[in-house]
Ligand binder design. Structure first.
Ligand code: TAP
Length: 476
């Protein structure tokens, strides 16, 4: 039978240099050390480029450039002038969004349909949204004369590289701070492309500095004594280390950490919609999502019907080339992440849960994991408690709304949750009882720059997005 397969998005539209330096004070500079690493395409294991592992001395140069830019230029500019730069950056991102989407899919492994239709539009939307705030800060309800903090150190993960950069840089600049940002070591390329966008927008030198590197570079950055603000998104483990390292300093801190969200389906829910929401909740971005709906809580009376429908739907998902517009499940971001997913799924089987995946051809090269679900999961199982950060769903059941709340809240995390029911009163009751920063009703994984996002408990503190996201970058 003939199957229509549109041509993959061409990688020729991106211009990747063989090797990158650091972006400090508006210039590309070589490291003062000599450590380098390579970033690979996780779908093919092909080396994409070499990049610098910034040393402590490099971080020091970047922080000094940010301090100088803050004191001499950016901190002095009226909000309406800062807004002009942010609007310009937003427009350049829109103009270059195809190229940036391809670059993101190459470096991260996510399907082009997601980078093109979700990540990039949200990146531009964040810059537009915070550009709008830059000259209205005194109306944000944060005091009559809110001031910038100074130099912000920002460390981001690999799952939404450019979007996490936008979540961090847009509000920081809108509020009048300057920035040193470190992208994750497996996904530096879109942050480096963003450095070029800053030049294209004529952003004054030193306002944004990009230092690539691994954990040691991040540690040097958040530990630098001349930093006023630390914004971190990543694992709870590293978040704890950062909180300890900044304790007792002047640094204001926001931490966006892990999650283990419950996606709760009641027996009156529209089943087809719920199935789509479950699939989007856990298989979007291969499950590399802090707020992924990784625990499905289904009301006992519809368990069989829902699981049958879900398995039928999972059998239609296509895994493969991230640049193919038909792909639903892309590559796992790194060999290390793949090993972590494998080890937790093996633990799931050893602890007695039943594993199921649709038949799904796996490419020979690259890092891949098929969509997987576990039934017969107990709350004590590791797959029900630990963040897997992969395309793996653990299914548990409940009988009453109170039991659903108890099970959903039985987690050290509290980032997000989903509720599927036709009853409005139940949605409000559940939203009140669930200890999660975001509760979605009859939808999942919906983001908008106007909505604050952040966690309770071990999912971190502080909010990003919306008016609340300004507070993290202001002395209020
Ligand atoms: P991490 O291993 O914590 O890494 C996050 C960033 O911190 C990376 O840039 C990493 O550098 C850097 N880093 C590592 N050690 C450090 C240290 N000692 N001091 C300072 N920085 C250090 O997390 P990840 O594996 O990249 O990301 C996945 C995690 O992020 C998941 O737990 C996920 O839930 C969480 N996440 C949360 C959110 C929100 S909004 N709550 C959003 C997305 C992701 P290297 O990568 O170079 O090691």
């Amino acid at each position: 039978m003939f199957e229509y397969a549109p041509a993959p998005e061409s990688r020729d539209i991106v211009d990747i240099r063989p090797s990158y330096g650091l972006f400090i004070n508006g210039e590309w500079v070589d490291s003062l050390g000599d450590e380098r690493d390579k970033t690979v395409n996780p779908a093919s294991e092909e080396v994409l480029a070499e990049f610098t592992l910034a040393s402590e001395a490099d971080v020091d140069r970047a922080v000094s450039a940010a301090r100088k830019a803050y004191e001499s230029v950016w901190g002095q500019l009226p909000g309406r002038e800062r807004a002009k730069y942010l609007f310009r950056i937003a427009r350049i991102i829109q103009e270059r969004s195809r190229e940036l989407a391809v670059l993101e899919s190459l470096d991260n492994g996510k399907p082009i349909r997601e980078s093109r239709d979700v990540d990039l539009p949200l990146v531009a939307a964040h810059f537009f949204y915070y550009a709008g705030w830059a000259d209205k800060l005194e109306h944000a309800g944060l005091g009559a004369d809110p001031r910038a903090l100074g130099v912000a150190a920002q460390v981001i993960p690999w799952n939404f590289p450019l979007l996490m950069l936008a979540w961090k840089i847009a509000p920081a600049l809108a509020c009048g701070n300057t920035v040193v940002l470190k992208p994750a070591e497996t996904t530096p390329l879109t942050a480096l492309a963003f450095a070029e966008i800053c030049r294209q927008a004529d952003l004054p030198p030193g306002v944004v500095n990009i230092v690539t590197g691994a954990g040691a570079t991040g540690q040097a950055l958040v530990g630098h004594p001349d930093v006023d603000k630390v914004a971190f998104t990543g694992s709870t483990e590293v978040g704890r280390m950062i909180a300890r390292s900044v304790a007792g300093t002047r640094k204001k801190v926001t931490l966006e950490l892990g999650g283990k969200a419950a996606n709760i389906v009641f027996d009156d829910a529209a089943l087809d919609q719920a199935v789509e929401g479950i699939v989007n909740g856990i298989f979007f971005n291969q499950g590399h999502v802090c707020c992924a709906g990784s625990r499905l809580l289904v009301q006992e009376s519809i368990e069989t019907e829902l699981l049958d429908a879900l398995k039928r739907r999972l059998s239609t998902l296509r895994l493969g080339d991230p640049l193919d517009k038909n792909t639903d499940i892309g590559a796992i971001n790194s060999a290390a992440q793949l090993a972590k997913i494998r080890s937790l799924t093996e633990a799931g089987e050893q602890e007695g849960a039943e594993r199921w995946s649709p038949s799904c051809p796996i490419p020979d090269k690259g890092y891949w994991f098929p969509p997987t679900l576990f039934t017969g999961v107990a709350q004590s199982h590791r797959i029900a408690r630990e963040e897997i950060f992969g395309p793996v769903l653990s299914v548990l059941t409940f009988r009453t709304p109170a039991e659903a709340v108890e099970k959903a809240n039985n987690s050290p995390y509290g980032l997000s949750a989903g509720v599927w029911t036709e009853k409005g009163s139940r949605i409000l009751w559940m939203a009140d009882k669930l200890r999660a920063g975001v509760v979605w009703a009859n939808t999942f994984n919906r983001f908008d720059p106007t909505s604050p996002f952040g966690g309770y408990k071990e999912s971190g503190y502080g909010r990003e997005g919306g008016r609340h996201g300004l507070e993290a970058y202001l002395d209020v």
